[in-house]
Design a binder for this molecule. Structure first.
Ligand SMILES: Cc1cc2nc3c(=O)[nH]c(=O)nc-3n(C[C@H](O)[C@H](O)[C@H](O)COP(=O)(O)OP(=O)(O)OC[C@H]3O[C@@H](n4cnc5c(N)ncnc54)[C@H](O)[C@@H]3O)c2cc1C
Ligand code: FES
Length: 265
């Protein structure tokens, strides 16, 4: 059933910022999804693309950054319009307890917000480090403030909001100086950010769960277009842990395009 495309109706659209919109819909299978799982979303006549489930409940959602043809078409959808989904796919995050850090870059937050909600409900102490290009790219800062009981650190590349600099560098500075005893680091964002965060976490002996992006076609482990190191991101991931990340030497250096060729990042 989850592999058959099914229609969902847009119940509401939330404009998060100038290039990000959240689309809310009802779906029984998404209601039971795990944080970190994704859908293959078909926009009729345009393309089918992977999108994380950004809200899990009676109303579920996907949160979409406008970057190209399919995401632009998605942004034109209005309440009452339909789009088609397959999934939920992928492993999702493993939820642990204790003291955790979330390190997110931009739209990577979409995969992490349902996790933050669950961790908060199970009384974890949560520090969040979130990076945006600039103040106009920021979203969900208020939402996060409501969910976490630890530190919230925001950075922007141009310094227009929070600390100036890359969030991976801000995170590195914090853990080097304060050596917090994190039980788990959860991360999602641009591959170069994840590479940096993982390398720093290894030095600190932190356990990591990183949600990765790759070009996807089938979403279910058949076509091979999402290969990264020895893994298929769609079916072995998209969430990977320390041992697996160590085997992905090209993470953050190359990505694969639609023709399967490696493109330097
Ligand atoms: C597991 C997974 C979960 C994702 N979750 C979300 C999400 O919650 N919200 C969201 O906005 N996006 C998410 N993405 C990325 C999203 O799938 C792409 O942005 C989308 O496919 C672009 O389609 P397009 O036709 O609009 O752009 P295209 O015209 O295909 O590409 C426009 C630009 O986006 C880049 N791009 C294309 N596909 C990807 C990709 N898979 N990853 C990174 N960059 C890409 C291209 O290199 C190009 O620079 C996710 C990707 C994966 C693999
Ligand atoms: S998208 Fe086809 S194997 Fe992953």
């Amino acid at each position: 059933m989850k592999n058959v495309r099914r229609p969902v109706e847009v119940e509401a659209v939330v404009e998060e910022n100038f290039k990000i919109k959240t689309f809310l819909f009802k779906d029984k299978l998404c209601f039971k999804a795990r944080p970190g799982q994704f859908l293959m979303v078909w926009i009729v006549g345009v393309d089918e693309i992977p999108l994380s489930i950004s809200r899990i409940g009676d109303l579920c959602s996907v949160t979409v950054a406008k970057v190209g043809e399919a995401t632009e078409a998605m942004h034109r959808l209005k309440v009452g319009d339909r789009f088609y989904i397959r999934g939920p796919y992928g492993n999702g995050f493993r939820e642990g307890g204790g003291y955790v850090a979330i390190v997110a870059g931009g739209i990577g937050l979409a995969a992490l917000l349902p996790l933050v909600e669950r961790l908060n409900a199970s009384n974890c102490k949560i520090d969040v480090f979130i990076g945006f290009r600039s103040k106009s790219d920021a979203f969900w800062v208020d939402k996060l403030t409501g969910f976490i009981n630890g530190k919230l650190t925001i950075s922007t590349d141009d310094g227009s909001l929070g600390v100036k600099g890359l969030i991976s560098e801000v995170f590195r500075g914090y853990v080097k100086n304060f050596k917090p005893r994190y039980d788990m680091i959860y991360t999602c964002g641009p591959p170069a950010m994840i590479r940096q965060v993982f390398q720093d976490c290894k030095k600190m002996n932190y356990k990591v769960q990183a949600s990765l992006e790759a070009y996807m076609r089938c979403g279910i482990g058949i076509c091979g277009s999402c290969c990264l190191g020895p893994y298929r991101v769609c079916s072995d991931g998209p969430v990977f842990s320390n041992n697996q990340l160590t085997k992905m030497s090209e993470l953050g250096i190359y990505k694969r395009g639609p023709d399967g060729l490696k493109i330097p990042i």
